[in-house]
Design a protein around this ligand. Structure first.
Ligand code: SAM
Length: 228
């Protein structure tokens, strides 16, 4: 595991290695029951889930609040929390059984996070969560134009949405209108390659410049059926 992380210049402490190993065990034990990932082999999990999730570790300011949309098996949030215990995460996951699994992970690894079993488009309208976070993040949930409507409503003006993507040139073009309508602006795109030819990925930083208009997210599945 240490060699894999050093490929992204991340040096793990003993405690972080222990937590990643424990997380790998919980993921493996619960995968069949909760349908969390198609990746079964240990080293592949370390590269495609643990390392990929960790690639965004330096994007978040000290002590910041982050909402993650569509946590699933806990990516990228759990690796980020193992690496940065100053970050305060809220995990939003639509599927109840995945939230039960995430609760197990939270308790076992003593993570500092809230877990909410709800759809992003419902919580994004709730004044308790709307424009309340320094950052939103998501990986493997929807195309970028759809994801912006799920994520940008949660972000404070001055904050950012950090999207984990594969090779996303087409998606970035396709999302130009969505980003603008929802009050964002693409700030930067960080490209990186996973070791052992596991793929070229990128992190897209979208800054929140102005308030998201009240009508978004539209709800009732419109985000996916008729993307902005
Ligand atoms: N982020 C994880 C990862 O990278 O492995 C999980 C990806 S999984 C393919 C997508 C997850 O997003 C599923 O667990 C699904 O239930 C959740 N999801 C999809 N749409 C959602 C929405 N609108 N609100 C909350 N969760 C959502």
């Amino acid at each position: 595991m240490v060699d894999i992380f050093s490929s992204l210049n991340i040096n793990l402490t003993k405690e972080q290695i222990r937590k990643f190993e424990e997380f790998a065990e919980i993921l493996k034990e619960n995968n069949k029951l909760f349908n969390l990932t198609s990746i079964k082999e240990g080293r592949e999990t370390q590269i495609k889930h643990f390392l990929d999730s960790s690639a965004g570790v330096d994007f978040f300011k000290h002590n910041s609040t982050i909402v993650e949309i569509g946590s699933g098996g806990g990516f990228p949030s759990v690796p980020l929390m193992i690496l940065r215990n100053d970050l305060k995460f809220t995990l939003v996951e639509a599927t109840e059984k995945k939230c039960i699994y995430l609760e197990k992970v939270r308790a076992a690894l003593d993570l500092n996070c809230n877990i909410l079993n709800e759809r992003a488009e419902v919580l994004g309208k709730n004044p308790l969560y709307r424009q309340k976070f320094d950052y939103a993040t998501a990986r493997a949930v929807a195309r970028l134009n759809v994801l912006c409507e799920y994520c940008l409503p949660f972000v404070k003006i001055g904050g950012s949405f950090i999207a984990y993507k594969g090779e996303a040139n087409e998606e970035i073009k396709e999302a130009e209108n969505s980003v603008k309508v929802l009050g964002g602006k693409i700030d930067s795109i960080k490209r990186y390659s996973l070791p052992e030819e596991e793929g070229d990925h990128c992190l897209i930083k979208i800054d929140k410049k102005i308030s998201t208009p009240d009508i978004y997210p539209r709800g009732n599945g419109k985000e996916r059926k008729r993307p902005l």
